[in-house]
Design a protein around this ligand. Structure first.
Ligand SMILES: Cc1cc2nc3c(=O)[nH]c(=O)nc-3n(C[C@H](O)[C@H](O)[C@H](O)COP(=O)(O)OP(=O)(O)OC[C@H]3O[C@@H](n4cnc5c(N)ncnc54)[C@H](O)[C@@H]3O)c2cc1C
Length: 407
């Protein structure tokens, strides 16, 4: 019988493997990974640079079972992650907004150091193994893969979520844990692009602009500032990804874009009035040249109700210039949904943590079974918060699984 089997060789599974193998020397630790290599998703994180945690504070950065996450972070927090990374040989640098990266700015270096440390500590990393079943077995657990079965005293489910996974249709960690009586909250994509009505922004595809996005849904409002990207399907860019979780499962809403966030509406209106007086003979389509991105300015003027852009700017009424200023400060778009799990960075929702202990990640329903990472109902903001959750829950599970196994 294997002492510890870890299902899933991602961020949480590898952190657990390193911890368990180090803390229970002599114990057998096996990682079963569906993919041809471990840590594959880590390679694409942070645009290939791996934004591995965030130093601006974890408070208010998580949704789902937030209290459970807080209890876990009290036991293994950001400083512990930084110490672990340094110890692994991953020197860290902090860039914008508290985001922490490996000094190499190569996500592969984080995956490699975890893999090497796990192997050096004695963990076996077995790839191309999809776990299809987890069931009780004579005081331990039987794990079935497409090639056979093995028994383990302790098992960690660290299978991640549905985000960014591609077209995998086989058994998931959600299935494995549900079969043991666990419940799963509705799953939906988060940190994902928004689909919107497209007609008003058709000419804007590819344009990036600094702005503020306010998303309103039936459940609340969230506002974020940063670079907004207009696309053929709707909106992307960091602030858009950050607000997307508010949509919930299958939700819709309204986005309001402040396209001139550094100016008040009065200041924008005054500038438009000045331009109308100075360039009155020019067509409206040139009114905002040099003030805003050209196509963005023309789209704002149209959206404000000025249909004929060839009209001389001098013919605009006071009400019309006020409408242009109002639109630039609050460009409204109906949000129809998101780009889905394939495009998302994280799965919101997951296995209900009421049935787990936040100190150990052990199941209360199935003692000896543990869960960590994205499979649980803990979802972080964009900015390193999801990997922080993977490290925290993985290390705590690794420690707890190692307890009592040392020979
Ligand atoms: C494009 C992209 C960019 C991201 N950037 C960042 C970032 O910069 N910072 C950040 O904090 N977060 C980022 N995230 C989110 C972060 O990658 C995840 O939250 C994190 O990897 C979750 O860790 P995990 O170990 O729970 O799951 P994963 O890392 O997904 O690992 C789960 C592993 O389990 C394996 N597995 C699944 N089912 C089975 C099975 N049945 N049998 C065997 N193996 C199985 C999978 O193949 C996978 O290797 C990003 C995500 C994406 C998609």
């Amino acid at each position: 019988m294997t002492d510890i089997v870890i299902i899933g060789g991602g961020a949480a599974g590898l952190a657990a493997a390193v911890t368990a193998a180090r803390e229970a020397p002599g114990a057998t630790v096996t990682v079963l990974e569906r993919d041809a290599r471990v840590g594959k998703k880590l390679l694409v994180t942070g645009n290939g640079r791996c934004n591995l945690t965030n130093r601006s504070g974890l408070q208010g950065r998580y949704a789902g079972d937030e209290a459970f996450a807080r209890a876990a972070f009290a036991r293994f927090g950001v400083d512990d992650t930084l110490a672990l990374m340094e110890e692994l040989g991953v020197n860290c640098v902090m860039l914008e907004e508290g985001k922490v990266y490996p000094r190499s700015l190569q996500a592969g270096s984080v995956a490699d150091q975890l893999r090497l440390a796990a192997q050096e500590a004695g963990a076996a990393l077995v790839t191309d193994q999809t776990v299809t079943r987890l069931a009780p077995d004579q005081g331990g657990w039987q794990i079935t893969t497409q090639t056979g079965t093995l028994s383990a005293r302790r098992v960690l489910v660290a299978t991640g979520g549905k985000a960014g996974v591609g077209r995998y249709n086989g058994p998931t960690g959600y299935d494995l844990l549900q079969a043991l009586g666990h419940t799963v909250t509705p799953l939906f994509p988060a940190i994902v692009q928004l689909t919107t009505e497209t007609a008003p922004i058709k000419p804007l595809t590819g344009i990036k602009t600094q702005g503020v996005v306010t998303l309103r849904t039936l459940t609340g409002t969230r506002r974020e500032a940063g670079e907004i990207l207009f696309t053929e399907y709707g909106l992307s860019g960091p602030p858009v990804l950050q607000v997307s979780r508010l949509l919930g499962p299958g939700g819709t809403g309204r986005a309001t874009l402040d396209l001139l966030p550094d100016l008040t509406e009065e200041a924008v209106a005054a500038e438009i009035d000045r331009r109308r007086a100075k360039f009155g003979k020019r067509p409206c389509e040139d009114l905002l040249l040099g003030f805003m991105n050209k196509r963005l300015g023309q789209t704002v003027i149209k959206r404000a109700g000025i249909e004929k852009l060839s009209r001389p700017a001098g013919t605009l009424t006071g009400a019309e210039t006020a409408a242009i200023a109002r639109t630039a400060k609050g460009f409204e778009l109906a949000v129809t949904g998101t780009r889905g799990f394939g495009a998302a960075q994280v799965t919101a929702g997951g296995v209900n943590t009421d049935d787990f202990d936040p100190a150990t990640m052990e199941s209360k329903r199935a003692p000896g079974v543990y869960a960590a990472g994205e499979v649980l109902n803990v979802t972080g903001d964009c900015g390193g918060f999801n990997l922080q959750w993977a490290w925290t829950s993985g290390v705590l599970a690794g420690r707890a699984m190692a307890r009592g196994l040392t020979t």
